[in-house]
Design a protein around this ligand. Structure first.
Ligand SMILES: O=C(O)CCC(=O)C(=O)O
Length: 387
């Protein structure tokens, strides 16, 4: 790796995770896990649910809104971005981005509270992507990419299925980029980088389009306990030792799976030594427990499993290049970039008529001035469209 890139990455690592020695980011040896093959195997086995796949060409916004959005279900949309300039001539391939925007810096890694995000030039970041052996690599996750690379903004647009972005009303008549909460990001993720399970802020839904490369996804319906999602822990009420019929031979192996899930260690398994939640550790160590627990509880031979586990709706799938994923409001989701080199994607969070009440309630708590402004814009729009 070029010396200048090494130095830039070292500084970015120190900024992103000051508690970690930049030389020790690969100490767990996770680079030896063939994550893309593991993801492919998981998708082929179909242990968990797979979302519906629809084609953008055969679907209009009403079909999507009355279906997946109304039901609050994830869906994969094929070809929603095939006409983007971003998809033409490999314009957003990481090597091409590195050449086109040489010298421009992008945000990567999560900054500790109140710190500025780490910045890396795109060419150094691409150099890093090709050589890194880190357990949790730096992830270029930039919410202000339009200022470093304004052309990018012109090279994609929200797929028409997601036409209803009511938070955009907050930007009408102003150039202030902070008129609405952060809402769109350019993502360049080296293999094993990713997003630890989380729910998107302010009740928003999201779409996420992969322009180059593949992502491994897991989504949990609202109501699934957080301890189970983040650490594979089944709470005491569901421990087989307590509830499952003792000595039930048919249930014994399923019960063992569930018992092992009950013993999940919240703090170590899915966290790096500095305490940072680790997407790669989660996919490698926690997800198998989650699958086993769901399977054990839902195969019908473990009557002691808690009701939420018997009814849990957990989706697992691979997002192929060119596919767009809809993440409904309130769903926990975890994502791992699995392509060699890097996966390049763009994601936007939005409020539609379906999730608007939740978004308004969240805005009222966290950004009351925005809630007020949005209510005013919405009522003006209603008055103007009245006959
Ligand atoms: O890493 C990813 O692609 C997922 C991003 C994500 O979940 C988010 O922006 O909320």
């Amino acid at each position: 790796m070029l010396r200048v890139a090494m130095e830039e990455v070292r500084v970015a690592k120190l900024t992103a995770r000051p508690g970690m020695d930049p030389e020790g980011w690969g100490s767990a040896g996770l680079a030896s896990v063939p994550v893309e093959a593991v993801a492919d195997e998981a998708a082929a086995q179909a242990w968990l649910l797979a979302p519906d796949t629809i084609s953008a060409a055969d679907s209009d916004a009403e079909y999507f809104e009355n279906g997946w959005e109304e039901r609050g279900e994830p869906v994969i949309v094929q070809d929603a971005c095939s006409s983007w300039p971003a998809m033409e001539h490999d314009a957003w391939m990481p090597a091409v981005l590195a050449a086109r925007f040489e010298g421009a810096s992008f945000e990567c890694g999560e900054a500790p509270e109140e710190e500025a995000s780490a910045l890396v030039t795109i060419e150094s970041f691409w150099e890093y992507c090709q050589f890194q052996q880190d357990d949790d690599p730096l992830y270029l996750f930039d919410g202000t990419f339009e200022s470093s690379a304004p052309e990018l903004e012109e090279e994609y647009s929200a797929p028409s299925l997601f036409r209803n972005d009511l938070l955009a009303l907050l930007c009408e008549g102003t150039d202030d980029p902070d008129a609405r909460p952060p809402w769109r990001w350019l993502l360049v993720g080296p293999t094993r980088s990713g997003s630890f399970p989380h729910v998107d802020p302010l009740g928003t839904s999201a779409w996420n389009a992969s322009v180059h490369g593949r992502k491994w996804w897991v989504l949990f319906a609202p109501g699934t306990p957080e301890d189970f999602i983040k650490a594979g822990i089944v709470d005491a009420g569901g421990e087989p030792g307590r509830d499952a019929p003792h000595g039930a031979a048919a249930a014994s192996s399923a019960a063992e799976e569930l018992a092992s899930a009950a013993k999940g260690d919240k703090d170590s398994e899915a966290h790096a030594p500095d305490g940072t939640p680790s997407a790669s550790r989660w996919f490698i160590r926690v997800l198998p427990k989650i699958r086993a627990a769901v399977h054990a509880a839902q195969s019908g031979d473990l009557p002691g499993a808690p009701a939420w586990l018997r009814e849990a709706r957990v989706f697992e799938f691979i997002q192929e290049e060119g596919a767009t994923v809809f993440v409904p409001s309130g769903w926990h989701h975890a994502v791992l970039n699995v392509s060699p080199g890097a996966t390049v994607a763009v994601t936007q969070n939005f409020a539609s008529p379906t999730n608007l009440p939740v978004v308004l309630a969240a805005l009222e708590k966290e950004h009351p001035e925005m809630a007020l402004a949005l209510r005013a814009k919405l009522s003006k729009r209603t008055t103007e469209s009245a006959p």
